[in-house]
Design a protein around this ligand. Structure first.
Ligand SMILES: [Zn+2]
Length: 288
C-alpha cells in the first residue's frame, strides 16, 4: 500500500465523525465586489462539509468559476441551475484536491470552457481532470491576479480580486488545514502564509466556511499556531520516540479522532526540522 492520499485521510475521519443533519440552504450570495459564493456539499474534511464555489465577474457574466468541487450530481445540478442565467468563461482551480476539482470536468464539458490551474496542479490531475490552460504566478486571469502559494499542495494558487483574496486551502473559515507530507510541505506552507501576509490587506475567501474580513489577523494567527506546534514538536523530541508516540504528546490537545491526520501534520513538521538539522530519524525513532 502506498502513501495515503488526502482524500483517503479525509474519508477516514469522516467515517469516524458523527453525521450531522445538514440544513444549510444552498443559495448564491455576494461576498465581495464582483464575487459571489455558492457552498456545495463535498467529500471534505469534517467538520467542514462543503466547498465554496466562487463566481468571479459581473452579475450576468461572464464569470470564472473557482473550485467547482462537488462530485455529487444533485450539487452539480444546483450549480448548473445558477449558471443558466450567467455566462461562464472558464473554470479556475486553486489546487488538485478532490473536494476542489470533483465537478470541474462536468462543468467544463457542459459549458465548453477551459479549465485553468497551476502547472503542478495540472500534473497531479493528469488522467483525472484535463487542465487546458496553465496559470503562472502573478498572471492576471479574468480580472484575478494569481498568487503562487505552495505548501498545502504544490500547485496551490490564491486569486486576488480587488480587496478580496480567494484563499483556497491556505486558511479555513471552518475546520483546519492539513499539511500532508506526501504532497505538502510545512516550510513552504509557512512561507506562503508569510507571502500572503506581506501583500496588501485583504478579506480572505476560504474554500471552507465564511469569509474572513481580517485577513492579516487570520494569517498572523495561523503562522503563530504553526510555530507553536513546531515548538511543541521540538520540546517533545527531548525524549526519543516513534511517530505514534510523538503524536500523543504533541497533539494531546487534539481529539483522538483527528490523530491519523495529526500524524501526517506531525510528519510534515518533523521533515521540516530534519531538513533544518533540528531533528534526527534513526530506524523510525525521532530525536533531536
Ligand atoms: Zn486541499
Amino acid at each position: 500500500m502506498g502513501e495515503p492520499t488526502i482524500e483517503s485521510l479525509y474519508e477516514e475521519v469522516r467515517a469516524r465523525t458523527p453525521v450531522r443533519v445538514d440544513d444549510t440552504p444552498v443559495t448564491i450570495a455576494p461576498v465581495a465586489p464582483g464575487i459571489r459564493v455558492l457552498a456545495l456539499r463535498t467529500p471534505t474534511l469534517p467538520p467542514a462539509a462543503h466547498t465554496n464555489v466562487y463566481l468571479v465577474g459581473p452579475d450576468a457574466g461572464p464569470v470564472a468559476v473557482v473550485d467547482p468541487g462537488s462530485p455529487y450530481p444533485d450539487q452539480q445540478a444546483i450549480l448548473d441551475a445558477v449558471l443558466t442565467d450567467i455566462s461562464i468563461a472558464m473554470v479556475l482551480l486553486t489546487h488538485h484536491h478532490g473536494d476542489h476539482v470533483g465537478g470541474a470536468t462536468a462543468l467544463a464539458d457542459r459549458w465548453n470552457v477551459p479549465i485553468a490551474a497551476h502547472a503542478n496542479t495540472a500534473r497531479r490531475l493528469a488522467g483525472r481532470v484535463r487542465v487546458t490552460r496553465i496559470i503562472e504566478d502573478g498572471e492576471v486571469v479574468h480580472g484575478a491576479t494569481s498568487v503562487f502559494t505552495p505548501g498545502h499542495a504544490d500547485g496551490h494558487l490564491c486569486y486576488e480580486i480587488g480587496a478580496a483574496t480567494i484563499a483556497g486551502d491556505m486558511v479555513a473559515g471552518v475546520g483546519t488545514i492539513l499539511i500532508d507530507p506526501s504532497e505538502g510541505d510545512m516550510a513552504l506552507y509557512l512561507a506562503s502564509l508569510e507571502r500572503l501576509l506581506a501583500r496588501p490587506a485583504a478579506t480572505l475567501l476560504p474554500a471552507h466556511g465564511p469569509a474572513i474580513p481580517d485577513g492579516p489577523g487570520k494569517l498572523t494567527e495561523y503562522i503563530a499556531h504553526r510555530r507553536m506546534r513546531e515548538q511543541r514538536v521540538v520540546d517533545a523530541l527531548a525524549t526519543e520516540g516513534t511517530l505514534a508516540e510523538l503524536v500523543a504528546t504533541v497533539y494531546s490537545d487534539t481529539p483522538r479522532v483527528l490523530w491519523p491526520l495529526a500524524e501526517r501534520s506531525l510528519l510534515a513538521h518533523l521533515e521540516k526540522l530534519l531538513r533544518e538539522g533540528r531533528a534526527r530519524n534513526v530506524d523510525g525513532r525521532w530525536s533531536r
